[in-house]
Design a protein around this ligand. Sequence first.
Ligand code: G5P
Ligand code: MG
Length: 226
Amino acid sequence: MAKLFRAAIMGPPGSGKGTISKRIAQSFGLQYLSSGHFLRDGIAAKTEAGLLVKSYVEKGMLVPDHVMTRLMLPKLEQLSSHSWLLDGFPRTLGQAQALNSLYQLDLVISLNIPYETLRERLSDRWIHPPSGRVYNMSFNPPRVQGKDDVTEEPLIQHDDDKPEALMARLRHYKDVAKPVIDLYKSQGILHSFSGTETDKIWPYINSLLSTKMHIQPSHNRQTQTP
Ligand code: G5P
Ligand code: MG
């Protein structure tokens, strides 16, 4: 069996983790697990975990580590025979240590995106809650204004993308991410990417993963040189 590949993507709210994760999952066949999607699914379905995390997510606050690890680590156990990519987890040093005690990551991608870019993107973001499809009114607008492309159901804005919650999310991110980034740097697995456009960052990530996974991506066979 081919060696399993385990990666995580980190970055502030709106940095493009979800957008890039979907491209990675599609191009490299990794299982993709987004902590934010997972929490929001639970909230929408009113599961016990969803009710527990609702107030944190809506205020843009981090869900406590012990709750987060109790929710995420069993999900990873279900994926133990797959290569995977985590989006949004681990977020804190406590979460990174809990993950580390079970799995050694092969690669961590960190996205550095200027604050002004993040603010613009998130205030313009709309989602289709049942599917998790994300639109941006300038970057990837829906075909019909305010409607999901597939179902034509209405799009909504997350409570945590509204201005007050957004500021809180951006402030928190920096403080808690620093020790996590330092940990992965010390393990020699951190790769940072800076820029204001996902489409410009993507070729570098695509190329890095092709090298690390020793395969050509299925969708973009011409490897880009930095
Ligand atoms: P999430 O869901 O992990 P955040 O806050 O980390 O949420 P978010 O909002 O999901 O991050 P993202 O995934 O980094 O952002 O970015 P994205 O969705 O791909 O892109 C953002 C927008 O920009 C989209 O509209 C996209 O189309 C657009 N876009 C992308 N690239 C470009 C570009 O180049 N140009 C333009 N113009 N637009 C672009 O977490 C949510 C909450 O869950 C809890 C917390 O409460 C958190 O606030 N939570 C956790 N709590 C504790 N521990 C954890 N591990 C937790 N994980 C989640
Ligand atoms: Mg996301």
